[in-house]
Design a protein around this ligand. Structure first.
Ligand SMILES: Nc1nc2c(c(=O)[nH]1)N[C@H]1C(S)=C(S)[C@@H](COP(=O)(O)O)O[C@H]1N2
Ligand SMILES: [Mo]
Length: 258
């Protein structure tokens, strides 16, 4: 890259930061408003991701609410009952035989029951869920801190992303499940939890029982429900569509920042 190129890029980023700052700090509530931001600027998702990282302090917390703010009903979106015989058997026994598998680039692969997950350090948070389809809901989530789980498995030095594989098949062949991924920075964020409770009760099936990801600084589609397996990877090259998630493979942003 020539010096001129560098200068142009730098001033472009400065201008983007100024513009984005207005969006981020003017209390922009609607996701649709952030959804167009990268598109209007004509930049790819990598730029958006980098800019998000520049604007927001690395450990910025998503807003939290009080019990008075809870939505009377937390709706379900996407799958509300996985069409998967193995899942249905687990559900019939109230997930007593459910096991979360954690593997990939780890020194100590683990298999955890719900009781094991409940023994991990937990966090409870009242947050707003924003779906790209234009609805929001506030719920109280309790779950295991993903950071605690990742510390327990001892990541290998080349570990970069956590991939979440779900129980719901997304194609008629019944084989390709819903899946998602996050980088380690988001994985270790204090509000990133594997939730097993919603509003003080075991997570209902329509909302992802027995375990779903809460990733509060990103959009709803990142928050994998019916999580069965975690795989730690270095890149997405061996994942199905190579883009890091079911919706990403159809063209959605990988970093769905709010
Ligand atoms: N496994 C799985 N996870 C999923 C989905 C899905 O269809 N299957 N839908 C996503 C979308 S688009 C949203 S908005 C939220 C919906 O969560 P809810 O059903 O608890 O409202 O889950 C996300 N995670
Ligand atoms: Mo969504």
């Amino acid at each position: 890259m020539s010096n001129d190129d560098k200068l142009t890029r730098r001033s472009l980023i400065t201008r983007l930061l100024a513009g984005a700052g207005v969006l981020v700090f003017s209390g922009c509530e609607k996701l649709s408003e952030t959804a167009w931001f990268p598109k209007v600027l004509g930049l790819g998702e990598k730029a958006t991701y980098k800019i998000q990282r520049l604007i927001l302090p690395r450990k910025a917390m998503a807003q939290e609410f009080t019990e008075a703010d809870l939505s009377p009903h937390f709706r379900s979106n996407g799958t509300s009952m996985p069409d998967n015989p193995t899942y249905k058997k687990l559900a019939a026994k109230e997930f007593k035989h459910y096991r979360l598998e954690v593997g990939g680039l780890v020194e100590r692969p683990l298999t955890l029951s719900l009781a094991d997950l409940r023994k991990l350090p937990s966090r409870t948070q009242i947050t707003r869920h924003d779906c790209v389809e234009g609805w929001s809901a506030i719920g109280m989530w309790k779950g295991a801190r993903l950071s605690a789980l990742l510390e327990a498995v001892h990541l290998k030095p080349n570990a970069r992303y956590v991939v979440f594989y779900c129980a719901d098949p997304m194609e008629e062949d019944g084989r390709s499940p819903y899946y998602e991924s996050v980088d380690l920075e988001d994985a270790f964020h204090p509000q990133t939890i594997l939730a097993y409770e919603l509003n003080g009760k075991p997570l209902p099936i329509p909302n992802g029982a027995p375990l779903r990801l809460r990733l509060e600084r990103q959009l709803g589609y990142k928050m994998a429900k019916y999580v069965m397996r975690l795989e730690i990877v270095e890149d997405f090259s061996r994942l199905r569509g190579g883009k890091g998630g079911y919706w990403e493979d159809q063209g959605y942003e990988w970093y769905a920042g709010i």
